[in-house]
Write a protein that binds this ligand. Structure first.
Ligand code: HEC
Ligand code: HEC
Ligand code: HEC
Ligand code: HEC
Ligand code: HEC
Length: 654
């Protein structure tokens, strides 16, 4: 894929290098490549008055394996193409490659929305993109190709995102320590020397999150099984049984994201650290909580397993019990672990082969990528239209599994209860642009829609939010950061600067408590949930003349407001426009119906226009105020509020 660059860097003054020199060789090399000018606050967005936060590479340093490892001991991360010969093109979407390649995990570095957001991050805070690349394109980052914080240095196969060889070389960093909740079990002996080597450098990760992965320098493949009949990986490659790969903690490495430039003060506010230095404590709970999916899960009932009698998750599980991220996002299928099972002995069919589908909530970006790179290149990568369609269907299924909805009539009101049945908040993860809302269509006895709440216009992608419940998180910047950058304080989409959660009414997971969620920076904001409440109710007054309501819970991956921001705030390159165009081309992230149901209202007197149980002066005034109109007051459904309706109302008086 074509990559553009818009920045170039010159050598860094030696004094700076010396100051940062304490950190690490890999980091140091990268810092040396940064431009001197990049270290002082440069004004971007000429005319808008925005000042770039003068962060350096040092501000984003995290423990774990560092980039640019010694090539004498570190085998580079191979492309996913090295695995296709045996791990692709068999079964029906069960071979690891075939489902992975059409997942957001496989496309995290080709994602046009990420490209667009990366540019904004670099505009807002100098080289902050380096932190993004660490998580979204780990092979490129490990190879030292992220020093500019942009896509410029990434090579072809780095765009394979979170790939096979990377994930299967990740080592359990908690080896040798006390078992934490979710700790997968027995230590794996070959990991010990790797962790010890990191310990000598003070780089053992303290807590899962922020992409603090530890990667085996040697080309060993860690996986769930201990009964592989033959190791066909050649040469020195060892197969290592890794219980860690079946643990949520493994996924938690990247599914808790914390802004490292901030520290929490005593008042609970996030304040900027001294710049040009790593976070003073490297304690994730002390950084700004951008995403908390893993912690939400860790503080829910799912840790101990939850049974679904309807077997909605988990694939080929016997009892319907699910617990880990893998249980729901890598459902177990009946299939071979490699293409050779088709030949029989010694190869066999497994009943717990994890499907690498990683279905979540992204309904359009994979299709958008195919549209951008073109059918030929997409087919060459294995992102065929057929596989994309199957992946999209899995995502819709996932969204439909995520919640249950119940409707009840409470006197004059319709109560819509949404229950979260996912393993974390609903929605969870990436806060910007994701939202879920309740749409209600009230219909009269003839079936005509007489009123709508939470209406969505699919042509303009505009949502009417004032008359319904929208579930979302809003992050943004405080006045302190506003003063430094010249950007307005308040909620917004400047991810790399975000230091305050302004609102969060996303529904907590089963088993949640306020104390536990606040301690991980994931408590509700501007909203309340009682401990254990993993559902939410919305009351809608029933308009007069309504005989029934059709209620739909919708999810949207990327809102118009977010996509317009990515396009308009970009003063550096064309990625914002590309992402916007891809969004338009893929149908503006059409909302997906997660639940839908109809409730017929208990029939009252049709003349009781406000449904309060009696026909009285209020009803008369409603009727008179709508005289000559249609809808409310048109008791006989003639199309006009007229004398006949008045007569009926007066006849029913009392
Ligand atoms: C020449 C064929 C071949 C190639 C190429 C290949 N594998 Fe495998 N791999 C296998 C076979 C065979 C198995 C065992 C399957 C089984 O037992 O069900 C396997 C199993 C695995 C396992 C499971 C190990 C366990 O203990 O759970 C992992 C992980 C793995 N391969 C990773 C990779 C990765 C990553 C690549 C590419 C960098 C790759 N393989 C390339 C043949 C291959
Ligand atoms: C190296 C970091 C990393 C690791 C490890 C990781 N993820 Fe992800 N994951 C990501 C990134 C980055 C994205 C978002 C990519 C994007 O949207 O462009 C993502 C996206 C996802 C999504 C969202 C897909 C969608 O359609 O919305 C799911 C689900 C997911 N990952 C599950 C998992 C599970 C399960 C594991 C553990 C087996 C895991 N991830 C491990 C980084 C990681
Ligand atoms: C009980 C099943 C279940 C478990 C366990 C579970 N998830 Fe999910 N996950 C879902 C469902 C359903 C969705 C789709 C609804 C949504 O977006 O929240 C989802 C969505 C996601 C998304 C996309 C969110 C978005 O809106 O963009 C990510 C990322 C994700 N999960 C990661 C994880 C990780 C990491 C874990 C483990 C720490 C995990 N999930 C555990 C069911 C589960
Ligand atoms: C996000 C990290 C991640 C990525 C990327 C990933 N895997 Fe896996 N893989 C896992 C985990 C976790 C398991 C075990 C899950 C379980 O058993 O619940 C697994 C299991 C496997 C297994 C053993 C099960 C079997 O099939 O025999 C093989 C083989 C495998 N992966 C190959 C691959 C290949 C090939 C790719 C690339 C196309 C790939 N993986 C990409 C995390 C990953
Ligand atoms: C520690 C890992 C990690 C880091 C660091 C990280 N991200 Fe992500 N990012 C994720 C995960 C995980 C998701 C997917 C969550 C989901 O789908 O809800 C994600 C999703 C996204 C998305 C949504 C993509 C889409 O298609 O909707 C964008 C945009 C994004 N990240 C931008 C960034 C930027 C910009 C940075 C750097 C400032 C960054 N990320 C740093 C893990 C990370």
């Amino acid at each position: 894929m074509k990559i553009r660059t818009s920045q170039s860097f010159t050598a860094l003054p030696t004094s700076r290098v010396a100051r940062i020199g304490a950190i690490h060789r890999g980091v140091l090399v990268a810092v040396a490549l940064l431009g001197a000018s990049a270290l002082v606050g440069t004004v971007v967005a000429r005319g808008t008055g925005q000042t770039q936060l003068p962060t350096t590479f040092a501000d984003y340093v995290q423990p774990g394996t560092q980039p640019n490892p010694d090539s004498a001991v570190f085998t580079p991360i191979y492309s996913a193409q090295n695995c296709t010969f045996c791990h692709s093109d068999y079964g029906n979407e069960v071979a690891p490659y075939d489902s992975w390649v059409t997942s957001l995990m496989g496309q995290s570095a080709r994602d046009p929305v990420w490209h667009a957001a990366l540019t904004i991050a670099n505009q807002d805070a100098n080289v902050s993109g380096e932190f993004c690349i660490r998580c979204h394109a780990p092979a490129g980052w490990l190879g030292g190709r992220s020093t500019s914080g942009t896509l410029a240095e990434l090579q072809g196969e780095d765009f394979d995102g979170i790939n096979c060889h990377f994930c299967h070389r990740v080592v359990n960093p908690t080896i040798g320590t006390e078992s934490a909740v979710g700790y997968p079990g027995d230590p794996v002996a070959p990991d010990v020397p790797i962790i010890s080597a990191l310990a000598k450098q003070g780089l053992v990760p303290n807590g899962a999150g922020n992409s603090r992965y530890v990667v085996d320098p040697a080309d060993n493949r860690r996986g769930p099984f201990s009964d592989v009949p033959q190791n066909l990986h050649g040469g020195e490659v060892k197969l290592i049984t890794s219980p860690y790969h079946r643990s949520s903690e493994f996924c938690g490495t990247c599914h808790d994201v914390s802004g490292p430039t901030y520290s929490k003060n005593k008042k609970g506010e996030y304040v900027l650290n001294a710049l040009n230095a790593p976070h003073p404590t490297q304690d994730l709970s002390n950084m700004f909580p951008e995403q908390r999916t893993y912690s939400e899960w860790l503080n829910s009932s799912y840790v101990n397993g939850v049974q679904y009698a309807d077997h909605r998750y988990g694939g080929n599980t016997v009892d319907g019990v699910v617990s880990s991220c893998q249980d729901c996002h890598m459902p177990k299928v009946i299939a071979g672990g490699c293409v050779f099972y088709e030949y029989g002995d010694p190869w066999f069919v497994r009943t717990d082969m994890p499907q690498h589908s990683f279905a979540g909530a992204n309904t359009w970006v994979v299709q958008g990528i195919r549209n951008i790179v073109g059918a030929e290149e997409a087919d060459a990568l294995g992102m065929t239209q057929e596989r994309i369609d199957m992946s999209a269907a899995r995502t819709v299924q996932m969204l439909q599994n995520a919640s249950d909805m119940t409707l009840t009539q409470k006197g004059n009101e319709l109560k819509v209860r949404i229950t979260n049945e996912s393993g974390h908040k609903l929605p969870t993860g990436y806060p910007e642009g994701r939202r879920m809302w309740v749409n209600v269509k009230f219909t009269n006895a003839k079936g005509t829609v007489i009123a709508e709440r939470g209406a969505y216009n699919s042509a303009t992608a505009a949502l009417t939010t004032v008359d319904t419940k929208v579930y979302q998180a809003k992050q943004g910047i405080t006045s302190a950061i506003s003063a430094l950058t010249g950007l307005p304080a308040g909620p917004g989409f400047h991810l790399a600067l975000a230091n305050k959660v302004f609102f969060d009414n996303r529904i907590p997971a089963r088993g949640f408590t306020n104390a536990a969620y606040s301690s991980i920076g994931a408590g509700p904001v501007g909203y309340t949930y009682a401990d254990g409440q993993h559902w939410d109710d919305t009351l809608f007054p029933i308009p007069s003349g309504a005989a029934s309501a059709t209620v739909t819970l919708y999810f949207q991956t990327s809102t118009k407001e977010y996509m317009e921001f990515l396009r308009d705030a970009n003063v550096t390159d064309t990625y914002g426009q590309t992402a916007y165009d891809a969004w338009v081309g893929a149908g503006k992230s059409a909302p997906v119906a997660m639940d839908a149901a109809v409730l017929n209202f208990a029939s009252g007197n049709p003349a009781d226009l406000n449904n309060d149980g009696s026909v009285d002066a209020t009803d008369l005034s409603i009727l008179l105020s709508n005289w000559g109109g249609s809808g409310i007051g048109d008791i006989d459904n003639s199309g006009t509020v007229e004398a006949g309706d008045l007569a009926t109302l007066l006849g029913a008086w009392g």
